[in-house]
Design a protein around this ligand. Structure first.
Ligand SMILES: NC(=O)c1ccc[n+]([C@@H]2O[C@H](COP(=O)([O-])OP(=O)(O)OC[C@H]3O[C@@H](n4cnc5c(N)ncnc54)[C@H](OP(=O)(O)O)[C@@H]3O)[C@@H](O)[C@H]2O)c1
Length: 302
């Protein structure tokens, strides 16, 4: 396997970066690089999406290989790894990437990141995987949150360019799949929370409660979560699962109410039915006096 060797950059050269993929997030990333004064080259599969960035000073490349050849660091931010493979693994782009580094801020699975690491090592390409945990509006601001994994030396080399994106950057370790592992768990949390929120809106509406009326109380529920996560981490990692104050036998009863009222209004309750099913399984296994963190352990049993 050819070893990855960084292309030399002279101390006086202006920092450069290339962004592949100009969807909403790719455009936000490129915009932040431009705002930070980096010489920013951009490319997108569908032409024309670079117009506003070019007007702001970006260099619009005519091809992906031309784009990656312009910078020591390429940030790829497309819909998934099928899309990034289609771009990066074309022979001309792979060839142009030799001795350069790709940071993927494209969301996908840990296995896709590991597969890409093998491909990158085999072609002399430096590769870091990353994930963006906040929306486009945060990019370039202190509120942006980025996580990264892969070779630490490569991360430290390119950290000054990544810092132009604002926010916090956390290197989670050398295992290239680790950022995607965090991402997938956090996406699970986000989308099941949104599924619960939208379901609650439908249920409230069926009961004649407007979203506006519900909002201050919904925000109260959200405020309960951070301390719950603190306690949940302690209980999960210690395996104690204390149900003091809210045992599963009590929790399952309120889940059943949600199912009952939803279905009485003809509202699909399959998500809560599924959650209730897991809780009943845990109770059946003798964990009725445990707290909700026991459910993670039961879910993880094969
Ligand atoms: N938007 C957010 O708030 C947010 C937040 C966190 C993370 N992310 C992650 O950021 C990544 C990009 O998201 P996004 O919001 O910019 O929109 P997106 O819809 O996920 O991705 C759009 C980009 O993917 C490109 N693309 C799709 N299929 C392609 C293919 N086969 N070959 C080459 N390019 C292809 C599109 O090019 P065309 O224009 O040619 O279709 C466009 O540049 C995703 O992985 C997403 O999960 C987004």
């Amino acid at each position: 396997m050819p070893a990855h060797t960084e292309q030399p950059i002279t101390a006086t050269a202006a920092p450069t970066v290339t962004v592949l993929g100009l969807g909403p997030m790719g455009r936000a990333l490129a915009g932040a690089f431009l705002d930070a004064g980096l010489r920013t080259t951009v490319w997108n599969r569908t032409p024309g999406r670079d117009a506003e960035l070019v007007a702001r000073g970006a260099i619009g490349a005519g091809s992906a290989e031309e784009a990656v050849a312009a910078s020591a660091l390429t940030v790829v931010c497309v819909v998934n790894y099928d899309a990034s493979d289609a771009v990066l693994r074309s022979p001309a782009v792979t060839d142009a990437l030799k001795g350069r580094t790709v940071v993927s801020l494209t969301a996908d699975t840990p296995d896709r990141a590991r597969d890409t690491a093998v491909w990158a090592a085999g072609h002399g390409v430096g590769y870091l995987d990353g994930a963006i945990m906040t929306p486009t509006t945060t990019i370039g601001t202190p509120d942006a949150v980025f996580i990264h994994s892969g070779p630490e030396d490569l991360y430290l080399t390119h950290r000054p360019v990544l810092d132009a994106l604002g926010g916090t950057h956390t290197h989670l370790g050398e295992d290239i799949g680790r950022a995607a592992a965090y991402d997938i768990a956090l996406l699970d949390l986000f989308w099941t929370t949104i599924a619960g929120y939208t379901h609650a809106l439908a249920l409230a509406r069926a009961e004649g409660v407007t979203a506006r009326e519900l909002t201050p109380f919904a925000q109260g529920i959200a405020a309960i979560l951070p301390p719950l996560f603190e306690a949940g981490a302690e209980e999960t990692d210690s395996g104690r699962h204390s149900g003091e104050g809210n045992p599963l036998t009590s929790a399952v009863s309120s889940m059943a109410h949600v199912v009952h009222v939803s279905e009485s209004h003809g509202i699909d309750a399959s998500v809560m039915r599924s959650a209730e099913g897991v809780a009943r399984r845990a109770i059946g296994l003798g964990h009725g006096t445990d707290g909700f963190t026991r459910l993670a352990e039961v879910l993880g049993r094969r």
